[in-house]
Design a protein around this ligand. Sequence first.
Ligand SMILES: NC(=O)c1ccc[n+]([C@@H]2O[C@H](COP(=O)([O-])OP(=O)(O)OC[C@H]3O[C@@H](n4cnc5c(N)ncnc54)[C@H](O)[C@@H]3O)[C@@H](O)[C@H]2O)c1
Length: 595
Amino acid sequence: MAREFARIGVVGLGTMGAGIVEVFARNGLEVIATEVNESALERGRGHLTGSTDRAVARGKLSAEDRDALLGRVTFAVGLSALGDADLVIEAVPEHLDLKQQIFSELDKVCKPEAILATNTSSLSVTEISVATTRPNQVVGMHFFNPAPIMRLVEIVKTVVTDPDVVVDVEALCARLGKVDVTINDRAGFIANALLFGYLNHAVAMYEARYVTREDVDAAMKLGCGLPMGPLALMDLIGLDTAYEILDTMYRRGGRDRRHAPAPLLKQMVTAGLLGRKSGRGFYTYEVPGSPAVISDDLTPGRVEVADGDVRQKIRKVGVIGSGTMATGIIEIFARAGYEVVSVTRGAERSAKLCEAVKGSLTKAVVRGKIEQEDSDAALSRVDWSIRLEHLSDADLVIEAVVEELTVKKALFASLDEICKPGTVLATTTSSLPVIECAVATGRPADVVGLHFFNPATVMDLVEVVHTIRTSPETVEVAKALVASLGKQPVVCADRAGFVVNALLFPYLNDAVRMVEVSYANADDIDYAMKLGCGYPMGPFELLDVIGLDVSLAIQRELYLEMREPGFAPAPLLEQLVTAGYLGRKVGRGFRDYRG
Ligand SMILES: NC(=O)c1ccc[n+]([C@@H]2O[C@H](COP(=O)([O-])OP(=O)(O)OC[C@H]3O[C@@H](n4cnc5c(N)ncnc54)[C@H](O)[C@@H]3O)[C@@H](O)[C@H]2O)c1
């Protein structure tokens, strides 16, 4: 018989605790919500009423249900009110000594059969449990932020946790409508172990002025479909909490340099910039606790080159190549009203390419995205050619040919001979150094990377990559041009992986390592990232879609350029590629798609 949970205690009503109270009370459980003093208790009560009022305003909760929910919660200072709780969950700041002290007190106050749970993100549940006389009744219950919304709970068992306790807590999660994954006690568990290296890397990129805060966030939202950018997420988590999690993960998780908190984090925490909860972190918020971002002195102004100006400057666009990216790019420019010259290596290729663009435009008409006449007009703007010389009067040329440096360099050298002075020359490379293309010409100031994402007609992001030789004017024109296509430009320097791939692939590689050491399986990891962090796909689903060979090649590039030991490709990834398990395209990768 599964244990009955009627009354739940929550210790600490901050970012997580208040949300956890709401989750239990919403699902019909009585909750005793406790804090360290009266003012913190009031603040916690405010979080709960604020959140439930918002749910009512959005039509997600009726006013009666809200009142019933609040009626199930009693508030108290200190731990003495928790004597008859069936389970107590602790959500105080991420410090081991504080948590141990609380668990030792809970052990004295709570009835002998009560389960004691910690919401720690990174500390050792085992070390917390031994502060009690009942370590077999201690588990980790790691909720995700915001707790009422995110469906995942990581249940962390230690070597001494009673299996019945785990079963009971799993049943409780199901009653809350949550999906659980049960795992052993390791720093960062599944989700944070994969998330925090990425978040810290994003902070380091921002700190190094490689990319602006708006751009790094836009890049990950638009390039990977993530619900929030990394810096906005840091603000939601709380920078003090994030700092402690990273610090603990660094010390517990084998001193991986990628978890050593970026120096900027410490400075921000010391300055009281804790994120949303203090009203200011990477961004500035209307009031402390508010999700509404307001402008501050870092908020960028408008793109300096206006749409009209860029269309004056760039009328004719050359697109070289006949693959997937070239097809999409031709369509985008033609639809945006630019005159396009497509150049391929042969008439047959051009004919196929023309058919592909036509087919895609027809689909857009059928789906009601554009009118037939717009589709016809777009097609009429494209000239199909097999001679680079036809690009002599183009104002911008984009190459999307095979990802081989010698080919691209030779092409840029030819373009240098053919194109009129002032033509912006762009490469769509996703992994080669843009500077190599630039110095193959006698006009490196005019060369820029325009990294479109696949499918180019759908993905709203373009990374605008400047080399150390690109002129500011070229960057401005490239930005305005991207904006004129209805896409978001993100400006970054010429480094392996630019922004998106540099942040994405190490995370995917880390997920492979996690499977490799048998900490969790691919299904649990995919669940954790989708339900805990709101990712549209889990890392293994994504690896299979991207292709394991492509992923390995990108990860190798990153490793070779950064020489970061943590970026070394996971041996399992190498083995799967060697075995020909390349992902969906061959029917088998991490998962089997045959039959
Ligand atoms: N923030 C997140 O995104 C997130 C996500 C999952 C788990 N966690 C974990 O949840 C825990 C809480 O983090 P948070 O972000 O909610 O922190 P927080 O700073 O927002 O809230 C902590 C709360 O604990 C209270 N507190 C401090 N000492 C106390 C005591 N002795 N008794 C009772 N209450 C006390 C504080 O007054 C504060 O309200 C941490 O272990 C953290 O790692 C955080």
